[in-house]
Design a protein around this ligand. Structure first.
Ligand SMILES: Nc1nc2c(ncn2[C@@H]2O[C@H](COP(=O)(O)OP(=O)(O)OP(=O)(O)O)[C@@H](O)[C@H]2O)c(=O)[nH]1
Length: 472
């Protein structure tokens, strides 16, 4: 119902190839196709006026406000005479401003809303072939539409002379009166659009509005708070727990059982991580086992032995306790292999290793396979005298196996020779020196006919040795 809406409608018609051709005189059926009384009534138009490029009337159609009769004419004569004042005002407007494309209010029996636009092709190319004007009456029907729209009683009146104010608001008693002054073309007149409000009901509705607004804000804050709380409980807290769970890369994090029991995606993810951790832990354990143990006998290997020896020596240095080592070698094992073959030699190594492991466990020392048929034992808090006793227990246990070794010049079964040394005794000062000394003692045992144990003494220092020592 606004001027802008009417302007959009007139533009729609004026910038259209059909209208352009009609004004050029090339579209004889245009009026029959596009105009009807029904269209005027539905669109609430009083008049549509087409002017040619010279500003002369080309075609007119309208509803006579006095008779409500629909009329079409090519001149302002006879039944269209009622349009003449309006047409003259439009022609004045064209002369003043050929650009048009505007809307104005005109005075009349009832005030009129008028919108106009130059006639162009659909693609808006020119030159303008003329002008189209549309007129809508601001009558009682128009007022009642405004009242329906605003919910306020509205009045419309004409007023002579200018007004300094666009809008005036006056309060008298319990009534607020608002008036809007709208200039009329081309006269020095104004249309006054007015409404009045009951002050008490206005203030009451204002109060109600404030009250509703306050409640809406409170409700929104409550909803936002609830959403944040749910977000924290359902998503953020479990996500933090999951992050902690994954960062620690462990299946035993505190509170992880709740996480793992969850039925949602976070629970799924946590269980997948748990499986992954377990698998990883298993792989790590396997890798550690492989890198620190001998695959044939299952005993710790030289790497683990050297590492443990360093640790035990470090402790012994601070506590001033003795540390002894034994180097154990199977006698004439080459002859065993030559006689029975390598696979049988492996079985023998496994059997001897198992026996030594059992004795080491029983006597509280650490044993490792440090060479082919060579083993080393590390005895914390043990002197050479005590180590000698344990070596005898070891040798005795292997003898008891009575593992056949028919080619051995020493005995008919598998026997071992053992070399023993102690840190800080007989000039042995370093981990490497300790192992070298045990090796030399072992050499001495071999030289003494094998199947015996020897303790290192300085006098053995120049004897050759097998050099299996890897410690620095
Ligand atoms: N079956 C088997 N034999 C091995 C393994 N590692 C080393 N040997 C053998 O152990 C033998 C060691 O021979 P030598 O160093 O001459 O020592 P020995 O025959 O025991 O002689 P002495 O030590 O002087 O009594 C060699 O025949 C190696 O092949 C192994 O893993 N399995």
């Amino acid at each position: 119902m606004s001027q802008q809406e009417l302007l959009a409608q007139v533009r729609d018609w004026a910038i259209w190839d059909d209208t352009y051709e009609f004004i050029e005189g090339n579209y004889p059926g245009y009026t029959d196709t596009n105009f009807s009384q029904q269209m005027f009534e539905e669109m609430r138009y009083q008049l549509m006026a087409f002017f040619d490029a010279e500003g002369d009337v080309h075609f007119l159609a309208g509803l006579n406000p006095a008779t409500s009769q629909y009329q079409t004419c090519y001149t302002v004569e006879r039944e269209c005479r009622w349009m003449s004042v309006l047409i003259r005002t439009m022609q004045t407007s064209i002369k003043e401003d050929p650009e048009q494309g505007k809307s104005s209010l005109y005075a009349g029996t009832t005030p009129l809303m008028v919108a106009s636009n130059p006639i162009l092709r659909t693609d808006e190319s020119g030159p303008p072939q003329g002008w189209l004007f549309k007129v809508r009456p601001m009558d009682d029907a128009w007022l009642s539409i405004i009242e329906d729209y605003t919910g306020l009683p509205t009045t419309l009146s004409m007023e002579q002379g200018g007004s300094n104010n666009d809008t005036t608001i006056t309060i008298s008693g319990n009534t607020i009166k608002a008036q809007r002054y709208l200039a009329v073309y081309p006269n020095n007149e104004h249309i006054v659009l007015g409404t009045q409000l009951n002050r008490t009901s206005y203030l009451a509705s204002l109060e109600t509005f404030r009250y509703v607004l306050l409640w809406t804000v409170c409700l929104m804050l409550l909803v936002i708070g609830l959403v944040l709380l749910l977000l924290e409980r359902i998503i953020l807290t479990p996500l933090r727990a999951l992050t902690q769970f994954t960062q620690q890369a462990s299946v035993d994090i505190k509170g992880s059982s709740n996480l793992l029991r969850r039925g949602d995606e976070i629970g799924l993810l946590a269980r997948a991580f748990q499986e992954q951790f377990k698998h990883q832990q298993q792989l790590n354990a396997e890798l550690i086992e492989l890198s620190t143990h001998d695959p044939l006998t299952g005993l710790p290997n030289r790497r683990l032995f050297d590492q443990r020896l360093r640790e035990v020596i470090n402790i012994a240095l601070t506590t001033d306790q003795p540390v002894s080592v034994m180097m154990i070698d199977i006698d004439h094992f080459k002859l065993f292999n030559d006689h029975y073959g390598h696979p049988e030699g492996d079985k023998c190594l496994q059997r001897v290793a198992q026996t030594m492991h059992d004795i080491a466990t029983a006597h509280g020392f650490f044993i490792a396979r440090t060479g082919g048929e060579e083993f080393s034992a590390m005895l914390p808090a043990t002197t050479t005298t005590q180590a000698m006793e344990k070596s005898q227990a070891l040798s005795h246990a292997i003898d008891q196996l009575k593992y056949p070794h028919p080619k051995s010049p020493v005995a008919s079964y598998v026997t071992v020779s053992i070399g023993i040394s102690q840190l800080h005794v007989e000039g042995v000062m370093t981990p490497s020196g300790l192992m070298t000394a045990a090796d030399q003692a072992l050499y001495a045992a071999k030289a003494a006919g094998r199947h015996c144990a020897k303790v290192y003494a300085r006098s053995l220092a120049n004897e050759p040795f097998s050099s299996h020592n890897t410690l620095p």
